[in-house]
Design a protein around this ligand. Sequence first.
Ligand code: OSB
Ligand code: MG
Length: 368
Amino acid sequence: MKLTEITIRHLQMKLKSPFATSFGTLENRDFLVLEAKDKSGTIGWGESVAFRAPWYTEETMMTNWHMLEDFLIPLILNKKLEHPDEVSNIFSPIRKNNMAKSTIEGAIWDIYAQQTNQSLAAALGGSARRIEVGISIGIQRTTADLIQLIHQYVEEGYKRIKVKIKPGKDVQIIRALREHFPDLPIMADANSAYSWEDLDTLKQLDEFNLMMIEQPLASDDIVDHAKLQKELKTPICLDESINSLEDARKAVELGSTKVINVKIGRVGGLTEAKRIHDYCAEKGIPVWCGGMLESGIGRAHNIALTSLANFTLPGDTSGSDRYWEKDIIFPEVIADDGYIMVPKKSGIGYEIDRETIEAFTVNKKHYR
Ligand code: OSB
Ligand code: MG
């Protein structure tokens, strides 16, 4: 395998409904799509999951473009590769910038799977025929709006409901949800909106039998997360804090987390995601696959990863129709009764809808 040509596109896609978190509201999803061509002509696709602004982590769509153009593409173009696991070594002179690295690595995994005549899921060692999925709901204007949305998604079959919380929009809302849905698997994601000072509030959330509370404290705060976990029955799940296998090991050893949300982009690619999965399996820590409001390309990678055995909890990979009027793959991702079928075709297992990609492209550049 040897990449001879790469194209980067900036796409802008309008979300069907705005997505609000503890940091603000997203109406349009701006992101990069990377198309890589191997010397044999095989084409692979990757998606940069970084947002326009650095609210989730420090990477942005434009820092990703800069890293790709000025550092990562020059390191990988025309370099001979036997296996995608070698990519992390090639990129090792570049610190962090995991989402940028993952954008190319994902395309290389797609090419590798096609050239070895297997699905990306099989290439990663996954065997699930279908995956169980949940849905992540942004902060709503009123609790009544939130309850109505949850009814709709439960009816559609989603297997667990995740709601976003932030200070002032937490205990009351979760209490109302629990009264309304006594047995529903519910979890809450704070996107780092709390600190140790908020211990009392976080302890109040412990009454509602939540499946887990995701990333309550700052991303670099695994010490306080360990202290917090000692005060709570509810399992803590880390998201933003886990950027590598080493981070996962330290958080697990410290007792900062009982569940891990694995995001391919955040950890620098599928190889590292698989390593975290394997480590957690060994330690009895369940994992699930997080989402970044991806287009169908990123979702296809998520579905393949989720087919690995220790992805035992429903993830955030919902159907295309939850995000977009029209996705950029054929067929679109369909969540039927809360399950997504893992494609059997080679590579990412979906066709790329080039016409729709072109329609959403704001800017593009070619590298060779
Ligand atoms: O924290 O998991 C998160 C979306 C954007 C950024 C961060 C997060 C999320 C979600 C939605 O929770 C996941 C999705 O539906 O793709
Ligand atoms: Mg999260």
